[in-house]
Every structure is written in C-alpha cells, then in structure tokens.
Design a protein around this ligand. Structure first.
Ligand code: SF4
Length: 320
C-alpha cells in the first residue's frame, strides 16, 4: 500500500531491451532475436527528504533504473508512483548526469542554460524575475551571479557540475536522480560537490536517488543502500547496517574495493573476475560464477530477496 511518507515507490520494475541485429541480417545469418533484461523486478521506496543509493558495477542496471524513474525510458513491467508534491501534483524527478561537460549546451551562456526550465515552466513572470532567480540559483550552488554571462567551457569540472545542479534546481523539483554525479571529478572536488548536495537536501527538503559504482562515495550521502547485480537488487539495508554487516558476498566484494587509507595505491577493481554479460546471465544465482561461497545449489536456484533481521533484504541462499 502507498505511504504518503514516500516520495517514490518502485514496484517490480522490469525493463527489457531488444538488442537484435537488424531484420535482414537475422534472416540471412539465421540469427534469433536477442533481448537484454537490464532491470528485473526491482522494488524499493525512497522516503521524502531521504537518500537511497543504488550501487553496483557497470552494467548492473542502476543507470537504467535512473532513466526509468525520470521517465526517459518506459518500463516493460512494474510501476513507479510519485507522491504528491507541494503543489498537489505528483512529484517530478529531475536528473543530474555524470558528465556535466556533455549535459550542458556548450553554445549557450550559463544564464540561459539555467533559465531554460524557468521559462519553459513559466516559473517566473518576466525576464527581470527570471534573471534574479538565475542569480539566486548560482549563489545557492556556490557560484557568482556574474557567472551567468560565461560559457560552460570557461569553468572547471566541479564548477560545471555546480551549474548542472543549479539547472536541475531551476524547475523546483522535490526529487532528484543523481547518476554518478561525482565520478568524473577529482577526489578533492568530489567531496565539495557531495557536501553541496547534502546542504541542498537539508535546505530544500530534497529527496535523492543516488546512483554510484562506489560504496565509499555513498557512505556519507545515503540513508539506505541497495546493491544491484545483473539487473536485480541483491541486498538492501540502512547504510550503517550494510557497512557493519554485509550479508551478500557481492556486497562484501564491493566493500573490499574501498581504498584503505593505509594502502591507498592498492588495486580497487573488484576481484572474482569480470561480471558476466547481461545478455547471457548465468542460471541460478547470477553471482555464482564469481562467488567465493558458491555451492552446487547456487547454480540451480535463484535466491529470492528475503528480510534481514535489521529490516533490510538480501538474496543469497546461504544468508537464508
Ligand atoms: Fe554466492 Fe550462492 Fe549466495 Fe549466490 S546464492 S551469493 S552464489 S552463496
């Protein structure tokens, strides 16, 4: 049942892509159709004013979930329900992308980039009020109102991400989907952007769905973390519970890749080999080809998500 305390409820979300070769090639080469089940039966909620992080390696489906939640892709199955926003209409999700360089129009001045949603949604009447709002947004994200007259290429990577955040805030959203918002930035700048996002969340009561491949990045951002592997959530818990007691072997593998301050140069790639292709996922538990605890049963049976004692969920036959 829907809870009014949740900004968004995602129920059994599935997205299948047709990745077949063109029809003529398939006819000539007698190839079958091929489908990619990028997201499978993903269910989660994000309470208002809180942050849920979706974490996993490249290809796990987390960015597809982000695009489903923002409406860029329609779901194949399942439902996404937004709570009413402050204006009584269902909340709209705005997205902050990984690469601010690619997401900002290089031919537009920053002021026009930020003003576009304000004009589009008629959030201010008149150009003077729109310009004042742009100045206010630039100040909010730690830039100067004078920066409105400059072009994106005149800024550093961190400053460009601040512009992206100002643009996302321009449409006055209550829910933001942040797709690896700091992974293209230097480590020192990453911390500044994460601090800015936390401050904005407190000031504006924002709700975040935060996508990352890196558990260390989400540790200080997220209230809860859901770990995804080959299109499915395999573990989900409150952040402190997940770090204190990771129950899924894949979560433990991701935690092992967090850099140790005493040995910062160690290889951070997850061990256990590369993830299998999502086009041809292994039968049974999809993680069995990399799992150090795998037993014979794991090749045959796909574990369901079952409750952890602390209110989280985990999908591992041995955790049950
Ligand atoms: Fe590992 Fe088996 Fe658990 Fe999958 S079900 S995570 S293979 S122990």
């Amino acid at each position: 049942m829907r809870s009014l305390d949740n900004a968004v409820e995602v129920d059994a979300l599935t997205r299948v892509f047709d990745v077949s070769d063109p029809w003529l090639n398939r006819m000539i080469e007698r190839k079958p159709r091929r489908t990619l089940r990028a997201v499978q039966e993903v269910t989660f909620t994000v309470p208002k004013g809180r942050t849920l992080a979706l974490v996993g390696e490249s290809g796990c489906g987390k960015s597809t979930v982000a695009r489903l939640v923002t409406g860029l892709y329609p779901p194949t199955e399942g439902a996404i329900t937004f709570a009413p926003g402050r204006d009584g209409r269902p909340m709209m999700a705005q997205m902050i992308f990984q690469d601010p360089h690619a997401s900002l129009n290089p031919r537009w001045k920053v002021g026009d980039i930020i003003a576009e949603p304000i004009r589009e949604f008629r959030l201010r009447s008149g150009e003077a009020a729109t310009a004042a709002r742009v100045s206010e947004l630039l100040t909010t994200v730690g830039l100067s109102p004078d920066d409105a007259r400059r072009f994106p290429h005149e800024f550093s990577g961190g400053q460009r991400q601040r512009i992206s955040i100002a643009r996302a805030l321009a449409s006055e959203p209550e829910f933001l989907v942040c797709d690896e918002p700091t992974s293209a930035l230097d480590v020192s700048v990453q911390a500044q952007i994460l601090n800015l996002m936390r401050r904005l969340q407190d000031q504006l009561g924002l709700t975040y769905l935060f996508i990352s491949h890196d558990l260390s990045v989400v540790r200080h951002m997220a209230d809860r973390i859901a770990v995804m592997y080959l299109g499915r959530i395999v573990e989900e818990a409150a952040t402190e519970d997940l770090f204190a007691d990771p129950q899924h072997p894949y979560t433990r593998l991701l935690l092992d890749t967090i850099p140790d301050l005493r040995a910062p140069k160690r290889d951070r790639a997850p061990s256990g080999g590369e993830p299998p292709s999502p086009l041809n996922p292994p039968p049974g538990c999809a993680f069995h080809t990399r799992c150090p605890q795998a037993v014979a049963r794991c090749k045959l049976e796909r574990p369901a998500l079952t409750p952890r004692a602390d209110g989280g969920r985990v999908a591992c036959l041995l955790a049950q």
